[in-house]
Design a binder for this molecule. Structure first.
Ligand code: FAD
Length: 522
């Protein structure tokens, strides 16, 4: 185990001395090399959001789950009453969720990420699955499983996220309507609990821990290994975009697509508020769009909508993906002739955001603040939520995509820790369709300085609060809340279960302080 020490806080120092006999520690810049130390220090207090910067006292680079277990066992049995611990996957949180102010950050990528692929039997019985380390990236799992003609079923849009990081949240993309989120596609986990116990859990063994950890915001344990379901991977994908100028028609077609899982493999969509958004979202879509929409009307700004869906090439036996798309598109109501399609490899399709990343990096627009807001919105509130969003942004200069697409509630396991929105007040029971809306805004310092960023964050909070209350009935995904009261509201009727699980698996509140839910117990 390697330990980088950043400040001489007495308790952390004693902790290191107490632990150092069986392991290798790096206690000073001399041991570690000053540049490495600084790099590690800054990376542990940095995330994709670039809004919160909490420095830890130490960074641990474990070589095995046992190192993590040793540390947590020690902390829970000792009087190091203020030390907190955050696992850090790829650090792609927005609001410091993987940071630990004056605590210890565990860099999960230091555990060797061997990936083992298990194929189902030749007679077709059993499951194909992968055993993969919690700190490995989804792109690594994709690359390895494709060598066997296999791939996970459910994805996020961006693949340079860690297995443990997305399983702690949910993991959503255009396949979620069909297979559920990534947390619905896990067979087994190895977890080190807040008490230091190293436990293998599944739906049938230590199931309370298994479900607690899935979507559990890192509160109950650290995922050191996951068993992920795999399926046969297609070679190619037919990738389609269709444009709309009417919101009801747009969502009507999205809901039509998710009602055809036997034909459709992926469904997303986004709002097109300005020309720039059309260009930037097209970076990874290698086709010339003959679409030059008019965004300015005499009295108001006009916005457009785009559905993105995909069909795997081997999908319908005896029928080509082309024919499947033709069959589907006949039932859709997009603007005349505004449907475009490309055929790309499965890997390139799944890795499409990487191309946008490279483009933004080359323009210095990747490592900038990202005041993102993600919300689940029940179908009955989606139009009102869209209006609320558009009232609160200036369509002319909005930078970044605004994703909006439907998910199906019955693909989520209610035993996991993710709280989906309840049926809205006055609604008629639980709605099957829930939209995910991601306002993935960039705040370019060249045009949006500190005051402007604060203003966006205030607006986000207003939108989230207005959408959580009353008729819309939304709930944040990748939530960020300012107080315990807000968190209780967030979990609603699931709060008691969430708090009881915390008490069971991390009673001292050591883990994931950056989420700001539970205080450290002294
Ligand atoms: P980190 O930021 O490192 O950690 C997040 C939280 O999980 C922290 O609380 C941390 O302590 C905890 N954690 C990390 N590793 C572990 C572990 N091994 N065990 C237990 N807890 C752990 N999300 C989607 O669902 N769909 C998307 O399409 C999507 N696209 C994205 C695109 C981009 C460009 C970015 C930046 C984010 C995107 N996200 C998406 C959000 C992403 O899933 C979350 O931010 C996720 O937490 C990122 O994983 P990470 O490894 O970076 O987590």
């Amino acid at each position: 185990m390697e330990f980088a020490l950043f400040c001489t806080k007495v308790n952390i120092l004693i902790l290191i001395l107490a632990l150092c006999s069986p392991c290798k520690f790096i206690q000073s810049p001399m041991d570690f090399g000053p540049s490495n130390l600084l790099e590690t220090k800054s990376s542990a207090s940095l995330d994709f959001g670039r809004i919160v910067f909490n420095s830890p006292s130490a960074v641990l680079r474990p070589q095995s789950p046992r190192d993590i277990s040793l540390l947590l066992t020690f902390l829970s049995a000792s009087s190091f009453s203020k030390v907190t611990i955050a696992a850090r996957g790829a650090g792609h949180s927005i609001y410091g969720q993987a940071q630990a102010l004056d605590g210890i950050v565990i860099e999960m990528d230091s555990i060797p990420s061997d990936i083992y692929i298990h194929k189902k039997r030749d007679d077709g019985s059993g499951f194909s699955y992968a055993d993969v380390g919690g700190g490995a990236l989804w792109v690594e799992l994709l690359e390895e499983s494709l060598k066997h003609g296999l791939a996970p079923r459910s994805w996020t849009d961006y693949l340079y996220l860690s297995i443990g990081g997305t399983l702690s949240n949910g993991g959503i993309s255009g396949q979620t309507f069909k297979y559920g989120p990534q947390i619905s596609n896990v067979l087994q986990l190895d977890v080190v609990t807040g008490k230091g116990d190293l436990i293998t859990c599944s739906p049938t063994s230590s199931s309370e821990l298994f479900y607690a950890v899935l979507g559990g915001l890192g509160q109950f344990g650290i995922i050191t290994r996951a068993r992920i379901l795999l399926q046969d991977a297609p070679q190619k994908v037919k990738w389609i975009r269709a444009f709309y100028d009417d919101f009801d028609t747009f969502t009507g077609d999205q809901e039509l697509l998710v009602s055809m899982p036997e034909l459709v493999d992926y469904v997303e969509g986004f709002i097109v508020p300005n020309e720039q958004s059309l260009l930037s979202t097209s970076v990874a879509f290698p086709v010339h769009l003959g679409f030059m929409p008019e965004f300015h009307h005499v009295s108001s700004a006009k916005v457009y909508y785009c559905i993105e869906f995909a069909v795997h090439d081997f999908q319908a036996e005896g029928t080509s993906a082309e024919q499947v798309v033709e069959k589907i598109s006949k039932q859709m109501s997009y603007m005349p002739s505004l449907m475009y399609s490309v055929e790309v490899s499965y890997f390139d399709f799944l890795n499409r955001v990487r191309m946008e990343e490279m483009n933004l990096r080359s323009r210095g627009l990747w490592e900038i603040p990202h005041p993102w807001l993600n919300m689940f919105v029940p179908k009955s509130g989606i139009k009102e939520f869209k209006d609320l969003l558009l009232e609160n942004i200036s369509p002319n200069d909005f930078e970044g995509p605004i994703l909006i697409y439907p998910l199906l509630r019955d693909k989520w396991d209610a035993n996991t820790s993710v709280p989906l929105p309840d049926a809205p007040t006055g609604g008629d029971g639980v709605e099957q369709v829930v939209y995910i809306v991601g306002m993935l805004r960039s705040a370019n310092p060249a045009s949006c300085a500190a005051g402007c960023l604060d203003d966006i964050l205030r607006r986000n909070r207003r939108i989230a609060e207005a959408a959580s209350a009353g008729r819309i009935g939304g709930k944040q995904y990748l939530a960020h809340h300012p107080s315990l009261l807000h968190w209780r509201d967030h979990f609603g009727r699931h709060w008691n279960r969430f708090a009881a699980r915390k008490n069971l698996f991390d009673p001292l509140g050591v883990l994931a302080p950056g989420q700001g839910i539970f205080p450290r117990v002294h």
